[in-house]
Design a protein around this ligand. Structure first.
Ligand code: P6P
Length: 337
């Protein structure tokens, strides 16, 4: 137990990272950690507790809602509401913004965007899933929070992170002063610092993309995929293809080993599939803080104008040199009109 640093201890020790906050952001991050432990418990027994399968509803994305999607959403919103530091939540599972209980949150400083359970179609087949979260200081000073509190560019995030429910459950977050990873120790029910100051390798040999959509990809993506597959010892190619249909898990592996994840435009997703506010922006903040790069093939993700809460965006994210190489192919073969 000697050198164990829990998430709570770490947040307090790093309080100086965000001097403007008097502990509210610390409490908000701890609230998210609490919800993550509750969701983790349910995910780990999903096969037993009859919480697999679908609830027969669809979310705003038209995606079938899994029992655990809905459960996770309820847990995160409940924890944020009870904590009193968050005034407003945007969630993949809710069409509209959720104004949290006004009596408690009227003085709350923050707004949170969340994908409570990304990759949930993998739950029934026991593949890793994830949660992503993005935290902004609210712009509305008094009274009720409103949508403008969350329609802010990714550069305005004060904190962001993800939880990956895999072979172990990890919470990885940044407040703009580097990236730190915490592994849940179920025996004590605490997230413990396991990956201090995470840095993504500048290059790697893993590319993550759904090649089943190849025929619908922009020409630049097709050319980049072929580049990844060419034999060239000097650049450690051919690369390895790793894509498990759960972005948080793919991104986490690439963060540790080096690699690039690409979800470009496709016929089915002409603006890309992933959502800017609660998927692309938080993961872009993390990857940039870890020394990587995140764009839509042309523009830095964090600088993209946010016009609506469920806005979709293409994403090229991971090791800087790999994202830059993909952007070279996009510039040459799929230039912006
Ligand atoms: P496809 C999960 O639904 C998700 O949002 C990401 O986690 C994942 O990488 C991607 O979509 C999978 O989408 O179209 O390749 O099945």
């Amino acid at each position: 137990m000697a050198n164990l640093t829990t998430l709570g201890q770490f947040i307090i020790e790093r309080q100086a990272d965000f001097p403007y906050a008097k502990g509210e952001l610390s409490r908000l991050l701890r609230d998210i950690g609490i919800a993550a432990k509750v969701v983790n418990r349910e995910i780990n027994k999903a096969g037993l507790a009859d919480i697999l399968g679908e609830v027969g509803t669809t979310n705003v994305q038209g995606e079938t809602q899994k029992v655990l999607d809905v459960y996770a959403n309820e847990q995160f919103i409940a924890a944020l509401s009870a904590g009193g530091e968050c005034a407003l939540v945007v969630s993949e599972e809710n069409e509209e913004i959720v104004i949290l209980n006004k009596d408690v949150s009227k003085n709350a400083k923050y707004a949170v965007a969340i994908d409570p359970l990304d990759g949930s179609s993998n739950i029934d087949v026991n593949v890793a899933v994830g949660t992503t979260f993005s935290i902004f200081r609210r712009l509305s000073k008094e009274g009720e929070a409103n949508i403008n509190d969350i329609l802010q560019k990714g550069t305005e995030q004060v904190a962001a992170g993800y939880i990956v429910y895999g072979s172990s459950t990890m919470l990885v977050y940044t407040t703009g002063c580097g990236v730190n990873g915490f592994t849940l120790d179920p025996s004590i029910g605490e997230f413990c610092l396991s990956h201090p100051d995470m840095k993504i390798p500048r290059t790697g040999h893993i590319y993550s993309v759904n090649e089943g959509n190849y025929v619908h990809f922009p020409e630049g993506v097709k050319k980049y995929i072929k580049y990844c597959q060419v034999e060239d010892e000097s650049t450690n190619r051919p690369y390895t293809s790793r894509y498990i249909g759960s972005m948080v898990a793919d991104l986490h592996r690439n963060l540790i080993k080096g690699g690039v994840y690409i979800y470009p435009t496709t016929a089915a997703a002409p603006k890309g599939k992933l959502r800017l506010v609660y998927e692309c922006n938080p993961l872009a903040f993390i990857i940039e803080q870890a020394g990587g790069r995140a764009t839509n093939g042309y523009q830095r993700i964090l600088e993209i104008d946010v016009k609506e809460i469920h806005q979709r965006e293409s994403i090229f994210i991971g090791s800087t040199d790999m994202v830059l190489k993909a952007e070279e192919f996009m510039a040459e073969y799929s230039p912006l009109e």
